[in-house]
Design a protein around this ligand. Structure first.
Ligand SMILES: [Zn+2]
Length: 292
């Protein structure tokens, strides 16, 4: 009898940028409710997905480990225990990559939403999952999510999933949190503010040895739709117009500069390039490389 596999292989993929090794660490995936889009007319999402052989809306949830000679930094922590069994696998995949959470010296966040920052603290024990890490984030994120007046304006769902989640996950790190507005946040890693999805939503540009990679956070949630139609926004976008402006600006930059990009919701591992033809952006995923 041949034993057939019951589980997927680990979600770990390395990409070298000069002397820095960036490892895509999968948190898993989410199958999303179709009403997550704000301005895509009813009836247009399903045909747009079907035309690309997708029968449901599936998002990857990705984190990225940045390793250089003397640093181990993690960009985003995945969703911890907040978003169900298809996600929350950052810790297991870090272990598969041979990295213990105690080795991570810096956690950078693109923003404070549950699929990015809910892996900070184990709510069962209250323990910090990254006990030796400094938490680094744009100053507008804690300012927004710890603001009671902003919380009062949110829906019940987002009061719970966004505000309470952020407060319970981030509070244990407040004495080791460093905030920024822009600029270099670690050697070889520069913050690129991309406001709109959230006030402090930030991408990180990794540069070493003449090579560069932009890890752009949530610039794109639905690759099948938003490359071709960057004006499509998502229900959780706090400032949809600013989100569209940030998306257009960074897609233009990626296309004009031939910049390698990846993101938290591009299909895992997400590394690839962007082109533009007649004003329409396209994503070109990079080929898998077993060796570099
Ligand atoms: Zn997200």
């Amino acid at each position: 009898m041949i034993a057939l596999p019951e589980h997927q292989i680990p979600g770990v993929y390395h990409r070298k940028i000069g002397d820095i090794v960036v490892t895509a660490i999968s948190d898993g995936y989410l199958v999303m409710d179709r009403v997550m889009t704000r301005n895509l007319p009813d009836g247009e999402l399903t045909p747009a997905l079907s035309a690309q052989f997708r029968d449901e809306l599936v998002f990857s949830v990705n984190s990225f480990l940045i390793r250089s000679k003397d640093r181990v930094a993690l960009i985003d922590t995945g969703s911890g225990d907040y978003l169900g069994p298809t996600a929350g696998h950052v810790e297991a995949n870090l272990a598969a990559a041979g990295v213990s959470p105690a080795e991570v010296d810096t956690v950078l966040l693109t923003h404070m939403h549950p699929d990015h920052s809910a892996g900070l603290t184990d709510m069962g024990t209250g323990d910090l999952r990254f006990p030796n890490a400094e938490l680094v984030v744009h100053e507008a994120e804690p300012r927004h999510w710890f603001d009671d007046a902003q919380m009062a304006r949110a829906s019940d769902l987002y009061k719970h999933l966004h505000f309470r989640m952020t407060r319970e996950q981030v509070t244990p790190y407040l004495d080791r949190m460093r905030t920024f507005r822009e600029g270099e946040v670690l050697p070889g890693v520069t913050a690129v503010p991309l406001p709109g999805h959230t006030p402090g939503h930030t991408g990180y540009l990794v540069e070493s040895g003449g090579e560069a990679l932009l890890i752009w956070g949530d610039v794109i949630h639905i690759p099948e739709v938003q490359f071709a139609r960057p004006e499509i926004t998502m229900v959780p976008d706090l400032d949809p117009d600013a989100a569209v402006a940030s998306r257009r600006r960074i897609l233009d930059m990626a296309a004009q500069d031939g910049l390698l990009v990846t993101g938290m919701h591009l299909h895992y591992p997400g590394f690839g390039n962007v082109s533009v033809e007649n004003g329409v952006f396209r994503h070109h995923p990079e080929a898998w490389r077993q060796k570099w």
